[in-house]
Design a protein. Structure first.
Length: 621
């Protein structure tokens, strides 16, 4: 059974399955553009102009270096960082030879070389610390040690060539503590380089680079490495560095300083990107994701980033994607999102504010469109928690969704339908159901429903069968939660009756389409029933089950509708028995979900109970 279908959980964003890979920004973009936001991406192999040393010590703020080029050659300026590409000529030659050579049959022979390299790494750390203390007022005197440290740091990437062997040795020699310790280095570029190394070491793609027989061993070694890194307060240090990097160029920067500041902002954007990449690697374990949210300020940083009124760059889109992953895997994270406040706004308020920007203005380009989809998924996931549904109501979320549905050409129109479906799902959706009717949302809702179908189009915008599933979910929830004989319930039923049963006819047309897509009729025996059932769910069976539930409700509530449906089904060679068969199969697979909360001390009404009542009524006809 498709649990996501039944509990209405959005699919994981693509980054949860495939590691996000972006092209780097053009080197001259940030320097020549007047934009205050700098795009981020993987480090570019093209050399960029060198920049002045970045020393964060307050007592060194007035120190300067007279001539950077005196200390470094062009080869030292890769990635636009002061410390250059990192590898010496000898190390580059060694790595080139390793890349061309076949995998060694015995990795143990490489361990002595690895131990020597790690020893040089430790010495570089100690040497740099000594030089910084000795020449605290003269940065020019410790620059050489900083360059050596950067080179040895980036040389650690050799660990990824044989993770099954090298990772374990790295842990045993205490490498994780030294590596994580560099995240608090006084020079932001050293911290950024350490983050990039951590990202590469924890990337799951590393596991597929070796021989097949080493894959399981490599996986165990990576798990050991990640645990060692986490013991060194890695999560807290990664998040604290997010506040250290600033990828927004101050509009008040003097013209003569703009080019240099733009390069610095671009490098900070790169650092934020790699920090997010490292975090994504770590939260592949749900437990780590919960620790990240519970023990650090990452959620506050994320909401602040999303709430900022700025162009949607790659890092902002990436942030929304990671948030969706965190919420997908953890109810605790979803609850935490709702209770976290940024500038007196809860996480639900922030998500609603972001979505409100697209009421009349569509996203520009695929990057921003993906960003909006992730915001919608985050909101839908959050609404699985009852407290967040209350916050959604308090933040006038229903009213906003109704406004979005009224915009005929709005990109966010069908996204609003999806949000309302999730807001009304489960036993705690009664408040949302009543608010939809009160906010006059039925007409725009059924307006979208009238456009559902494979060939329904309006000026290039398609309302798909997937969107129809969300609308059917909303209507089913309305009929489940609204009190019998109430005015609100009668208004819902009136939508099917008006215009000479136009809504009911469209419902039956949509049913015919779904039956054709699903293929095998309900109850048909197959060699592998479970596999066949899942395949039919993928083809639209769940939508058909929701539709027949709504159809049964309408038939039971109104005798005129019952007679009209009976005639229309007969024209297709069908009868109420076909609807009953669908509902019976639905009941067998729906589980024990609570559909309506009971009064205090009462158990409430379950979905299976509702289906049983509908089936019994149809069978009596």
């Amino acid at each position: 059974m498709d649990v996501k279908k039944l509990f209405k959980l959005p699919e994981l964003p693509s980054a949860a399955v495939n590691k996000r890979k972006w092209s780097a920004p053009k080197p001259d973009d940030s320097a020549s553009s007047s934009s205050t936001v700098v795009e981020a991406g993987p480090s570019s192999p093209d050399p960029r102009p060198a920049k002045a040393a970045r020393v964060d010590d307050d007592d060194l703020s007035d120190a300067t270096v007279e001539d950077d080029t005196h200390f470094f050659s062009d080869d030292d300026q890769e990635d636009g960082r002061f410390f250059g590409g990192g590898l010496t000529a000898e190390q580059s030659t060694i790595l080139d030879i390793m890349d061309r050579a076949p995998s060694p049959t015995s990795s143990q022979n490489d361990l002595p070389g690895l131990r020597k390299q790690l020893l040089r790494f430790e010495r570089a750390i100690n040497r740099n610390a000594e030089m910084r203390v000795k020449h605290a007022t003269d940065p020019a005197r410790f620059i050489d040690s900083e360059a050596d440290l950067d080179a040895e740091l980036k040389g650690l990437l050799v660990l990824t060539t044989q993770p099954a062997v090298f990772y374990g040795e790295f842990v045993r020699l205490g490498g994780p503590a030294s590596l994580v310790g560099l995240l608090s280095h006084e020079n932001a570029d050293i911290a950024a380089a350490a983050i990039e190394v951590i990202e590469e070491l924890t990337d799951e793609d590393v596991l597929t680079q070796g021989e097949d027989e080493d894959a399981s061993q490599a996986g165990e070694a990576m798990t050991e490495l990640v645990e060692a890194l986490l013991k060194q307060s890695l999560l807290d240090l990664l998040v604290s560095n997010l506040g250290r990097f600033h990828d927004v160029l101050d509009a008040e920067v003097a013209e003569e300083e703009r080019a240099a500041k733009a390069i610095e902002a671009e490098n900070d954007a790169q650092a934020i990107y790699h920090t997010l990449g490292a975090i994504e690697n770590l939260i592949s374990s749900g437990a780590v994701g919960e620790r990240l949210v519970a023990e650090t300020s990452f959620l506050s940083w994320t909401l602040s980033r999303l709430a900022a009124k700025r162009p949607i760059d790659q890092n902002t889109s990436y942030t929304a994607e990671i948030l969706a992953i965190l919420l997908q895997t953890s109810p605790a994270n979803r609850s935490k999102l709702g209770s976290t406040k940024v500038d007196d706004e809860t996480g639900i308020d922030v998500l609603l504010s972001v979505l409100a920007r697209y009421r009349r203005t569509p996203p520009t380009g695929a990057e921003e469109e993906e960003f909006v989809e992730n915001i919608v998924d985050c909101l839908c996931l959050s609404l699985s928690e009852s407290d967040n549904k209350r916050r959604f109501l308090d933040g006038e979320g229903v009213e906003l969704m109704v406004l979005l549905m009224k915009e005929k050409r709005s990109f966010a129109r069908v996204r609003a339908v999806k949000v309302l479906d999730h807001a009304m799902s489960g036993s705690t959706g009664a408040g949302v159901a009543g608010k939809i009717v009160e906010a006059k949302g039925l007409n725009p809702l059924f307006g979208v429903f009238g456009e559902c179908g494979e060939d329904k189009r309006r000026k290039g915008a398609t309302v798909t069968l997937q969107d129809a599933e969300h609308i059917l979910g909303i209507v089913g929830s309305l009929l489940t939660h609204l009190p019998s004989e109430s005015m609100e319930r009668l208004r819902v039923l009136a939508q099917f009756v008006k215009d000479d049963y136009a809504g009911l006819d469209h419902l039956l047309d949509l049913r015919e389409t779904l039956v054709g897509r699903v293929g095998a009729s309900a109850g048909e025996e197959e060699e592998d029933e479970e596999e066949e059932y899942l395949a039919r769910l993928e083809r639209g069976l769940f939508s058909l089950q929701l539709l027949d539930t709504v159809l049964a409700w309408v038939v039971m509530e109104d005798d005129a509708c019952k007679d009209h449906v009976k005639v229309m089904l007969r024209r297709q060679g069908l009868g109420f028995a076909d609807v009953t068969a669908t509902l019976r199969e639905y009941r067998e697979n729906v589980g024990d979900q609570l559909a309506v909360e009971g009064e205090q001390g009462e158990e409430g009404l379950r979905t299976s109970d509702i289906l049983t009542a509908l089936i019994e009524y149809l069978e009596s006809l």
